[in-house]
Design a binder for this molecule. Sequence first.
Ligand SMILES: Cc1cc2nc3c(=O)[nH]c(=O)nc-3n(C[C@H](O)[C@H](O)[C@H](O)COP(=O)(O)O)c2cc1C
Length: 489
Amino acid sequence: MAATVRSSSSRKADHLRINLAEDVSSDSPTGLDEFHFRHLALPEIDLSDVQLATDFLDRRMAAPFLISCMTGGTEAAQPINRALAAVAQRFGFALGLGSGRALLEQPELLPTFDVRDLAPDVPLLANLGAVQLNRGVTVDDARRLVDLLRADALVLHLNPLQESLQPSGDVQFGGLLERIETLCRTLGVPVIAKEVGFGISERDAVRLAEAGVHAIDVAGAGGTSWSEVERHGLNGPLRDVAAAFRGWGTPTADSLVQVRGRLPRLPLIASGGIRNGVQAAVALALGADIVGVAGPMLRAAARGEDAAGDLAAELVETLRRVMFCTGSSSLETLRQAPLVRHGEFKSAAVEFELQTGQGPSFHDVTERVQASVARLGLFDGVVVVSSLHTTAAVVVNEDEPLLHADFTRFLNRLAPRSGYEHDDLSRRQEVSPDEPLNGHSHCQQLLLGQTTVVPVERGRLRLGPWQRVFLVELDGCRPRRVRVQTLGR
Ligand SMILES: Cc1cc2nc3c(=O)[nH]c(=O)nc-3n(C[C@H](O)[C@H](O)[C@H](O)COP(=O)(O)O)c2cc1C
């Protein structure tokens, strides 16, 4: 056990040293610079009207920034955490602490983490590697860590790539979700899940939300690259393996658009490569509740509290001016401010299947189309929803059962059940023995069409209050495939 402790805390010391001495930036862009606000020469607010305050974890923050989880457990970490805590308290930022694994094993390391007295009013986050739940760390251990640090929440970091690049990294990620679910249910304080700089996909975000996490930090690609940090500490072939991942991961903006598109209400933190207040504003407008900064804060804090304070002030004052010049007096209005994504028009597609009922029957697929749009990362454009069948249609209409009965009567009036040449099986070639008599189903599909197009705005289907997307079964019940193709940016 002592050997593990030494290695985990000496690894943290190496990480600090490498982050301070080397270029560890990702090769990937964050994607945030693709987005532009519309500048207002006539914002119709005063600079002093701009309010940056927000609530997070039941605490008031003066500005929507998080100093992301970084350090603790080494001698060098103590002054850095103290400087960061003082800055967090002064600017009303949330503060994350580095992984507390070493502290669980060596309680004497507490002073290197313990900053609550310096930052009594801000949201304070304890941190653990999620994989430690598969390596013997229990819910009681996690609770002990939160109590020791007097934290408001526990952040679990998900770092499979990073662990896989450490010679004796913890790579037992199988079955982790169930343990995360148990932790969320029993810990007693909110659990937040994050990556460490390779992004969280829409699929993983949904699983984590269903497991009960309170919030997600997408920690996307474009900033500190943990494959690069590990590469600097490696020799031999694994060093080349690490080098291959410098551009790896889902860029922060893409991760945000995906997760926010799918989970409109989950508290969301954006981190990964956020280097100035304009990028922070874009992340907020893309749906982040707060924005996290790690690497630059570390480098500033290593120079002292004043330097970290200067960086904090720069972030706040830049964000304030973006809000002023977009006429946004609050973070809520910033989220509505016109935001244009530049770059190429792209197209991508996914399909899903559903089991229908006896036709005519109306199957609401709106959420599944929205999930597909989120997965494909479309921010602004259109989505084409197609039935891949000749007796099932796709339409937009209202989800009201009596209206569906009206539609059924209407369809049956226009194309009644009998009287079709197509149903004269003796005149058709290669007819299977169970061929249905469905001339009316084909004719009804001809009326409704196999495709519908829905606009997408800020990652969400732009539907009117009563509009839903339906697959309309016009024949017998069966599995049906729907194709969702996005066009846009
Ligand atoms: C020196 C350093 C140590 C870090 N240690 C942790 C950690 O213990 N736990 C964690 O969840 N993330 C850790 N991170 C990752 C950051 O919280 C953040 O997700 C990532 O660095 C991306 O943000 P950035 O591009 O602003 O640096 C660390 C980052 C740095 C720079």
